[in-house]
Design a protein around this ligand. Structure first.
Ligand SMILES: C[S@@+](CC[C@H](N)C(=O)[O-])C[C@H]1O[C@@H](n2cnc3c(N)ncnc32)[C@H](O)[C@@H]1O
Length: 375
């Protein structure tokens, strides 16, 4: 007799205004997000510029919040970089706030914030807190923040604009070179509009939280010319999943409904809602700076140096497993063999990559903008 499936864990479905439950937890995201750190590192000058211009006159705490902090390693590292300059600019206490979905695994973050009973930021004037909630909602009291940041997170859409994406597992579609699927123009448009509406919503709720003159730094993976952060990576996951569709382990119906609700924006799509009246956030901010850039991916550089194919395949697949696994799990019907199937899909991806690395070249492009809350 088949064992009765366990009831769904209460954290296995996304909360309102979210389409994922978060990254793979238990330290897995922290261990597999060196590429995301490289993308953050490249725009640390924007963080420095924001800190140098924060309005710090007044009393009470200066609030700095990071949205989409995941397990916290990169979130804490950014603040570690930013805080010395801020501490030098003000005598006020500083509150760092690290925020992600309530379904996120915050354990590593909590463990890292006060090692040895003192602040990880090395100052008695810095106090830290975490909050669970969607970044598309207001999470802090009115005018309580001086700086808000988000890194590698706002590509995750607030909702699924279409029910099915039968030709591929990502709204931006397959790479031109691999061409292993399709996304209709109508569906592409629906996702592009959702992505702009999400930016507008994020800007609107942050505008309530920020003090006049406060800074907002929005950075996310996306595209820069022909470099798209989806190519190669989602082609590989798509090929691996399709192998299980063909073998009958995943039904066509499940595949048709499954997609990663993530959108790769270009710079224009990121910045348009700042000024375009259509999205109802125009006028809230002035645009200090915007940029598009590409980073060197650590696991690719290592492979170029050491030629270790097993390690490359493991690092590449673990990198994307960390941010795709939860959505894949939620798309698969619950059954006693679901975890095994998930493991086999990612193992299949490693095998496909090792069989021909040239089919899945990966590039990491990102877009960013620094804004000032209008007074
Ligand atoms: C790829 S991780 C980025 C983590 C970290 N900022 C970094 O750069 O390494 C994306 C994060 O966004 C979070 N996220 C996705 N949708 C969200 C939402 N609606 N509200 C808040 N966080 C969300 C995920 O839970 C995840 O932790």
């Amino acid at each position: 007799m088949e064992p009765t499936p366990k009831p769904e864990h209460p954290f296995s479905q996304p909360v309102s205004h979210a389409t994922t439950t978060g990254m793979s937890g238990g330290g897995f995201y922290n261990a597999n997000s060196a590429a995301q750190w490289s993308a953050i590192e490249q725009i640390l000058p924007l963080v420095e510029e924001a800190i140098a211009n924060l309005p710090v006159k007044g009393t009470g705490p200066v609030g700095i919040a990071d949205y989409g902090c995941s397990e916290g390693r990169n979130s804490v590292a950014v603040m570690k970089h930013a805080l010395p300059a801020l501490l030098a600019r003000t005598e006020r206490p500083i509150q760092t706030i690290h925020s992600d979905l309530p379904t996120n695994d915050f354990s590593e973050l909590f463990r890292s914030l006060r090692p040895d009973g003192g602040s990880v930021f090395g100052s008695e004037r810095v106090y830290s807190a975490a909050i669970g909630g969607s970044m598309y909602d207001q999470l802090y009291p009115p005018q309580s923040l001086h700086l808000a940041t988000t890194f590698n997170a706002i590509g995750f859409l607030s909702c699924r604009p279409v029910d099915r994406l039968p030709g591929y597992i990502l709204p931006n579609g397959p790479s031109v070179a691999r061409a292993n699927g399709y996304v209709s123009e109508e569906d592409r448009h629906a996702f592009a509009e959702q992505a702009k509406n999400d930016i507008a919503r994020f800007l609107t709720v942050r505008a309530r939280e920020l003090v006049p003159g406060g800074k907002l730094l929005v950075q996310v993976f996306g595209s820069k010319g022909p470099a798209r952060t989806c190519d190669g990576l989602y082609d590989l996951l798509n090929d691996a999943v399709l192998d299980f569709v063909e073998a009958g382990d995943i039904s066509r119906e499940v595949y048709d409904r499954y997609y990663q609700p993530v959108y790769m924006r270009d710079l224009q799509e990121l910045a348009d809602p700042v000024t375009n009246d259509m999205y109802r956030a125009a006028g809230l901010y002035s645009l200090d700076r915007s940029m598009e850039y590409e980073i060197a991916v650590p696991f690719i550089d290592r492979f170029k140096q050491d030629g270790d194919l097993d390690r490359y395949a493991r690092d590449y697949v673990n990198f994307f497993r960390a941010f795709t696994e939860a959505v894949l799990r939620a798309a698969l019907p619950e059954s006693p063999s679901r975890e095994d199937l998930i493991n086999r899909i990612f193992a299949r991806a490693e095998d496909l990559l090792k069989a021909d690395t040239s089919l899945y070249p990966f590039r990491y492009a990102a877009v960013a903008m620094l804004l000032t809350r209008n007074g």
